[in-house]
Ligand binder design. Sequence first.
Ligand SMILES: [Ca+2]
Ligand SMILES: [Ca+2]
Ligand SMILES: [Ca+2]
Ligand SMILES: [Ca+2]
Length: 574
Amino acid sequence: MLKPGLRMRLSLIALWLLSVTPLAFTQASPLHFHSANKELGLPVPGPESSEKKYIIQQMSGGVALFDCDNDGRLDIAVANDSTLDRYRSESGRKDGGDPLITLYHQGADGKFTDITKAAGLTRKGWSMGISVADYDNDGLLDIYVTGYNGNALYHNLGNCKFEDVTDKAGVDVGGFATGSGWADYDRDGYVDLFVSRYIHSDVLNLGKITTNYKGLEAEAPWGMRGESDFLFHNRGNGTFEDVSKKAGVNDPEGHIGLGVVWGDYDNDGWPDLYVANDTEPNYLYRNKHDGTFEDIALLSGAAVSGEGKAMGSMGVDAADVFHEGWLDLTVATFGYQAIELHRYNGTDGYSDVTWAVKTGQPTFRWVKWGLGFVDFDNDGWLDLVVAAGHIYTAIDTLPGEPAYREPFVLFRNNGKGSFDDASSASGLNDDPLQSRRGIAFGDINNDGNIDFVVFNQSQPPTVFLNDTKGNGHRVLFKLEGTKSNRAAIGARITVTAGGVRQMSEVKAGNSYLSQSDLRQHFGLGKETKIAKVEIRWPNGNIETLTDVAADAIHTVVEGKGITHSTPLPAVPAN
Ligand SMILES: [Ca+2]
Ligand SMILES: [Ca+2]
Ligand SMILES: [Ca+2]
Ligand SMILES: [Ca+2]
């Protein structure tokens, strides 16, 4: 116990420190999350130990956060994995397997209900990933699901009811489809769809396993034949044209594709495309503005790691990590590989700065999948979370090897050009671990802190609510295109507050086979007002707003400015 006089002197010293040192230093409280499935009415994942010998059993699984009925609350979709028994027990692709997705609707009380059946989402198969876009510009978000031997496009009819329009739209690809992402690459006002595919596999006739991993009998992708990729041009009438070859993105070499993210890496106003290839160089397709693309990945430095090695690339994200006005690219990688952070500086291309910014070592051992740059503590700097989990359950029998269930790695951006490992106090690894896959980010409870949902292999996903306290003001923007595609996919927002510029783009598909909330979030530190908000709409038009209030969710309609604002709760104290 301190004497009252001494306590007073210490308080005065603390006050003096507060007044002269930067906000981020004095008020930083640790990033913290809690798993919230129980309180949100969601099923709780249990232990899972079924054997995973074949690749089809190992990969999975994406998740999505999107608002299926425009009630302002995020709903959750899960791309379900299946089992060999369930997939094979019934005949034909529309019968075998499991429902492609499970849809959980968030009610007015914040609790979730499984509405899959009522929503009409009945098609079965073996899902891999999910992305969301309003392909017909009717104001309702539609769902695209990738999977083994059967993808699906679900048209939103309103009130979270969906119609399966896959065949009519012409966007099924067969094979082992994994990543998907939407962007209006020709800027005609309708979003187009890219689909990546993985290795060639015949799940109904799986052969004898000839590969092994450290002595385990296990199918592995190296040396297996890959499958080509697809780009579908949206005709604007509910149908799509396969332009993969014409556009130059069909992957004739059959690299084994996983995560996909669209982003304008060279700041010319046209969406470019980054594709993660497992064990082979990644693609960075530069948009040439004439409906074609060229792969500049090797030349730019984004194809392989800084050591010049093709990595086991899984999930991807594009974000302006260093406040430089350029999109940096990050890649989640296989075990005994650091994640990659390719920093772009506009002239010399990309350099892999993972080791320099200290995100390499803590992620090195794990098999990594979903990841994303998000400002979890609203201090204006993007933090990073990485989901991990091994592919082989039998890895647990090997002494000294990482386990099948691996921990999250969470990094706090210290604002000085590097990241601190913030995993241990984060609460993310407090529950029994799972073998994680895709992550989707979004403000699930609309409190101004970005939360996330993560796919657990062969189990229901986990929702982690971000209960980090008191590090800053924040703002969310919901964009609505009028001339541009209605969900404003590909729009870029640049906010300037307190002399700091931050930039982000609306992304339909990123992380590992997952879809994050389309609303754009910025942490603002001590700033309660944003001096300037510049929106570059997907058609190239620029709209500028000034003196925008923080601590609100603003809806911005193209050409009309802010049409609606919902206040966020007060910033919770430390
Ligand atoms: Ca729609
Ligand atoms: Ca288009
Ligand atoms: Ca931050
Ligand atoms: Ca939240």
